[in-house]
Structure formats: C-alpha cells, structure tokens
Ligand binder design. Structure first.
Ligand code: MRU
Length: 328
C-alpha cells in the first residue's frame, strides 16, 4: 500500500507530494519547523494526513527537548482550513505536558492508527451507500496520499471497485496545483481502477449530460451544521450535482468535524500565493504582472450534500442533528 508518511528513528519520512508523479522522493523531516514547512508547501497535504504529520511534528519537538506548546503553535499556523491539523497538534501537545516525549510519540502513533481505522470503516459505509454505482466523479486527491490507510473519498472508490460495480472514475485535474491530475491519477493507476482525467471546467457540463452517477469528495472541515469546506471547486460540483439530480457525497473522518464552528461562514479559507496560478513548475500560465486570487478551498452548504460518510456512520440528510449524532 502507498505510504505517504513513516515515523522511524526519531524522524518523519514523507513522500514529497509536490514531486509526484514524476519523482518519488522521500523527505527526512527532523523538527517541527521542517514538518510545518513541508505542510505549507504541500509536500504533505490532505486534511487527515496533515493532522497526523502535525502530531509527529509536536512529538519531534518533544524528542529534541523543545517546548511542545511552541511546536504546536508553529504547526497550527501552517495551514488554517483543515481542522485535523489543530486537533492533532493540540492533542499531542496536551499529552506531552504530563507524559513527556515518549507519551507524545505514542499519542501521535495512536492518532495515525485511528485515521487508518477510520479510512477502512468509511470505505465500507460509503460503498454500502453507493452500492451498484458504476461511474463517479471525484475532485482533488483524497486517497492514501491525503489520509492514512486508503484515504477518504478515494477509499470508497477503491472499495466500490473491489466490490465489482465500478466501471470508471472521472478525476478533475484540480487547479491550481493539479492534485487530481498528478496525485489522484497516480493513485488510481496504481490501484488498477479505470479512470479518465478532465479539466475542471468540463465537470459541470459532463455532470449535466449524465456522464457520472455520483460525485464523491473529501473534506477539510465540517461545521456543526454540516456545511463543508473542501478543495476549491467543490461547491460548483455540488451545484451541478443538485441540478442533475445525482448524489453528492462527502467522505471524511470525524476528526474533520469542528463542533466549535457553527456554520461554514466561520471557516477560515486559506488564501495561497497568486504565483501558484500565474505559473506551474516554472512555466508561465499568464502574463507575469497578472493579479491572481488563489483561495485554496470553498464551502458547500449542507443543503447540497446528499450524505456525509464517516467512520462512525453516515449523516443523511446532513444537518446539525445528524452531525451531532455521529459524535461521542
Ligand atoms: O490543498 P490540499 O491538497 O491539502 O487539499 C486537500 C483537499 O481539499 C482534500 O479534498 C481534503 O483534504 C480531504 S482529503 C482526505
């Protein structure tokens, strides 16, 4: 199985996702600062994965005799939207305050194990929900690179393929960083799942023409009322799915639910540098002086989401009540 992260010999080894699919380069990260930088530049990405990495980042600081609180602050600041990052970093920090470095490492390992179990359970719930579906569209990358185990939305896709119904996955390229084109296609090819790649602008028209039976995506933060922040472009897919009358399914572990956030309007949306739009891997996409806006995420209202699949079951319809029922 694809392993995006490995904690070993007091270092975090991370497959550099900015280099895929051309180069499989493994980074050796030895401090919280190095982990935070890897998260910022998207060498490590995907909501559950950056949570796990942040947990190990705090543990690395503890092993080096540095204050867990400082490491936690640094890591939480790396990216604002995915709540998993803050949840995991704070969890390891709190354990370290009493138990020291060994307890911090054990907590980070436990968080990773919980996410692997969540991926498996969500895959099964999601495949039950979408039983018999032959064609799906997915956005961004939500597989083993984005979440420990088999991922979130892509774990459901893999499970549907394993159960034998799935005939084709349509992956959006996901501008501006091409997580779909570079990473989802890489994962689907490794899994041997039939797939095709489309430009983001083709998605709504293909959905309207009945090209797919369902849209399935991951999530970076779920507000208490069920609104979902996910990769920019998700909202448009949800609107197209609603108009076409096909299911729009969100998959994510409960570690992505933020009870302190009443609705999607309270979720901070990361604004990334315009240079990611102006060029890609050194090649210009427009005139250098072009002003670019680069929000990394958008918010899809709960009313457009058919179901939220988690390791604790499925919220359907998605509402404050059904979300609360998933939580302990
Ligand atoms: O900016 P990214 O690549 O980290 O964005 C990732 C996404 O939006 C995913 O859909 C989300 O994290 C869920 S993946 C398990």
């Amino acid at each position: 199985m694809l392993q995006a992260l490995r904690f070993e010999r007091e270092a975090l080894f991370a497959l550099d996702q900015t280099q895929l699919p051309e180069r499989e380069i493994v980074l050796e990260l030895r401090s919280a600062a190095e982990v935070a930088e890897a998260i910022k530049r998207l060498s490590i990405r995907g909501a559950p994965m950056i949570g796990v990495a942040a947990g190990y980042g705090v543990a690395l600081a503890c092993l080096a005799g540095e204050p867990a609180a400082d490491a936690c602050e640094l890591l939480v600041a790396a990216r604002p939207t995915a709540v998993n990052l803050a949840h995991a970093a704070r969890r390891v920090r709190d354990v370290a305050l009493d138990g020291g470095a060994a307890a911090a490492v054990a907590e980070a390992v436990a968080i990773e194990a919980e996410e692997v179990a969540a991926s498996d359970a969500s895959a099964s719930f999601g495949a039950d929900l979408l039983a018999g579906v032959r064609t799906v569209m997915t956005h961004c990358n939500t597989g083993a690179l984005a979440a420990p185990g088999r991922g979130c939305a892509l774990s459901v896709v893999a499970e549907l393929a394993q159960r034998g119904s799935l005939e084709r996955v349509t992956a959006t390229e996901t501008r501006p960083l091409l997580q779909g084109a570079r990473l989802t296609v890489y994962e689907l090819a490794r899994l041997g799942i039939p797939h095709e790649l489309i430009v983001d602008g083709a998605a709504a028209g293909l959905i309207a023409r009945g090209h797919v039976e369902a849209v399935i995506v991951g999530c970076d933060r779920v507000a208490a009322n069920g609104d979902v922040a996910n990769k920019v472009g998700t909202y448009g897919l949800a609107l197209a799915a609603r108009e076409a009358g096909i299911p729009f399914v969100v998959v994510g572990p409960t570690s992505t639910i933020d009870r302190s956030c009443d609705s999607g309007s309270e979720i901070e949306i990361e604004e990334r540098d315009g240079s990611e739009v102006r060029s890609f891997r050194g090649a210009a996409t427009c005139a250098v002086e072009t002003v670019c806006r680069n929000p990394a995420f958008d918010v899809t209202p709960a009313s457009l989401i058919t179901a939220l699949v988690t390791e604790r079951g499925v919220a359907r319809p998605v509402s404050g009540e059904t979300i609360a029922a998933l939580l302990p």
